[in-house]
Design a protein around this ligand. Structure first.
Ligand code: IDP
Ligand code: MG
Length: 144
């Protein structure tokens, strides 16, 4: 099995709910079991500035402020994963944004639920395109 010279990288976050619920290991287990490589990993409580950049596309939406508040409420695990098809592959593993709709078998479907909060607490983030992945990796891992 030879991989291409520039294998696809995606930025994955285990969000504060997933971290607090001790689901970081379960998420990493699924990523590795699927066959993606872990390239970089750090635990940090993100600043509002990082989150405003990360979620710039959602500025002005009703859930933007609750999203920043939630995401800065505690530690997250930020991970760069790598492998052919890793961006859509991890999105499929994560499942639908709303955990009520997320299919069983997915991370959000198996481990998440609606808690009645203003912003959906759905355990993980995954980049949605190569452009997003490059932009997000630069925010969370400027050294890469
Ligand atoms: P994604 O994480 O599945 O890519 P996005 O649309 O990029 O979903 O939204 C970013 C995050 O904002 C979601 O993961 C979720 O936590 C939250 N969110 C998105 N849409 C809604 C909504 O309609 N109500 C409440 N929270 C939302
Ligand atoms: Mg998104």
């Amino acid at each position: 099995m030879t991989e291409s010279s520039a294998p696809e990288r995606s930025l994955v976050l285990v969000k504060p709910d997933g971290f607090a619920r001790r689901l970081t290991g379960e998420v990493l287990r699924r990523i590795e079991a699927k066959g993606y490589a872990l390239v970089a990993l750090r635990i940090l409580t993100p600043t509002r500035e990082m989150l405003a950049a990360h979620y710039a596309e959602h500025e002005g939406k009703p859930f933007f402020e609750p999203l920043l508040e939630f995401m800065s409420s505690g530690p997250v695990t930020a991970v760069v994963i790598e492998g052919e098809g890793g961006i859509p592959g991890f999105r499929a593993m994560a499942g639908a944004t709303n955990p009520t709709d997320a299919a069983p078998g997915s991370i959000r479907g198996d481990l998440g639920r609606d808690w009645g909060t203003k912003v959906q607490q759905n355990i993980v983030h995954g980049s949605d395109s190569p452009e997003s992945a490059a932009r997000e990796i630069a925010i969370w891992f400027p050294e890469l």
